[in-house]
Design a protein around this ligand. Structure first.
Ligand SMILES: [Zn+2]
Length: 127
């Protein structure tokens, strides 16, 4: 965790500006995403439909990978930590929860127990 890049604003004024900017960017991207959806459903030819859907996917992927929101909780007003293996920013609370979950599930596995949908690689990237 010590070598991970963390963005945590100490100055309250700068924090407020940064969080407002993140929310604004998220809203702008989601507006464009919905606008493309409305355009897509207007009986477009297949090629144009695919092009619009690709553009929507690119927008969604870019927002998910950005520091503007946490893909875990979708919040825009949190301290963020970069997860290099996943190439995504997560808020520090979600990162801690994923880390805690990893240790909890590994303890069960180590004792011979069974865990359901545990994605060991995903959760291990938060260690
Ligand atoms: Zn989060």
């Amino acid at each position: 965790m010590k070598d991970k890049k963390i963005i945590a604003y100490k100055n309250e004024r700068i924090k407020k500006i940064a969080f407002n900017l993140r929310a604004l960017i998220r809203e702008a991207v989601m507006d464009k995403w919905m606008k493309l959806h409305r355009e897509k459903v207007k009986n477009k030819p297949a090629l144009q439909y695919i092009k619009i859907e690709n553009e929507r996917s690119d927008l969604h992927r870019a927002l998910q990978a950005s520091i503007c929101l946490c893909p875990g909780c979708r919040q825009t007003d949190r301290d963020m930590v970069y997860n290099a293996p996943l190439k995504h920013w997560f808020c520090t609370q979600c990162a801690q929860e994923y880390r805690d979950f990893y240790h909890k599930e590994k303890a069960i596995i180590d004792q011979g127990g069974f865990v359901g949908d545990f994605d060991e690689f995903f959760h291990s990237t938060f260690l």
